[in-house]
Design a binder for this molecule. Structure first.
Ligand SMILES: C[S@@+](CC[C@H](N)C(=O)[O-])C[C@H]1O[C@@H](n2cnc3c(N)ncnc32)[C@H](O)[C@@H]1O
Length: 195
């Protein structure tokens, strides 16, 4: 990250302007024009806090607002792993989340991306990738990648859809809406998916 971008990241860690620029470049991949709200982050914390000694894995970390909420609530940075496909966002995450493991790449490649040291230590998976905009084959790719690195854990997924963004019939997952907040733009539901 260059000096100007780094000082901007320090002034504005939520990265709202950067988020909007990345949305203009890749609207379907971003899926939202602004980062998740504090209200949504609080709900994710409530449902996604890992058991002692285990790590949180966040897929599609954007500018890192959810990660930052976990850190501010006391999760040690060495127990947080984030995956992000956009190189500009990866640079922002590396600059603003010291001590956190930031992996650059497609989350479908998780088994190859995740350092072996985290094997068996993922306690909670949070997926912010807009899965509803993906074809079924890609949705299944993400689901299999999560199951490979965090077997039996399932995952949390937030979405702006009125109904489940993943089809239980087509994916074989069980879906439960565990929270909803109107205090997000757009209003968001938090889903828990399990096998
Ligand atoms: C709706 S944004 C969520 C950002 C952030 N978690 C938040 O709550 O503000 C979705 C994010 O997923 C990332 N993403 C999309 N496809 C991805 C993929 N295949 N692998 C990793 N990240 C991906 C996008 O670049 C974007 O940052």
């Amino acid at each position: 990250m260059d000096t100007i971008a780094a000082s901007r990241a320090r002034r504005e860690p939520s990265g709202a302007a950067l988020f909007l620029r990345r949305w203009l470049a890749h609207p379907l991949r971003m899926g939202s024009v602004i980062p998740s709200s504090p209200a949504l982050c609080r709900r994710i914390l409530t449902h996604g806090w890992p058991e002692p000694g285990h790590a949180v894995l966040e897929l599609g970390a954007g500018t890192g607002v959810i990660s930052r909420a976990f850190l501010e609530a006391g999760l040690p940075p060495e127990r947080l792993i984030v995956v992000e496909v956009d190189p500009g966002l990866v640079a922002h995450l590396r600059d603003t989340l010291p001590g956190v493991t930031v992996l650059e790449g497609d989350a479908k490649m998780l088994p190859a991306l995740l350092p072996p040291a985290f094997g068996g230590r993922i306690g909670s998976v949070i997926c912010g990738i807009p899965l509803v905009l993906q074809p079924l084959a890609a949705q299944l790719g993400f689901i299999q990648a999560i199951a490979a690195v965090a077997p039996g854990r399932g995952f949390l997924h937030y979405s702006y859809c009125a109904t489940s963004p993943l089809s239980a019939r087509k994916t074989g997952l069980r879906a439960k809406r565990v929270a909803w907040t109107p205090l997000n733009l757009p209003p968001a539901s938090l889903w828990r998916y399990s096998n």
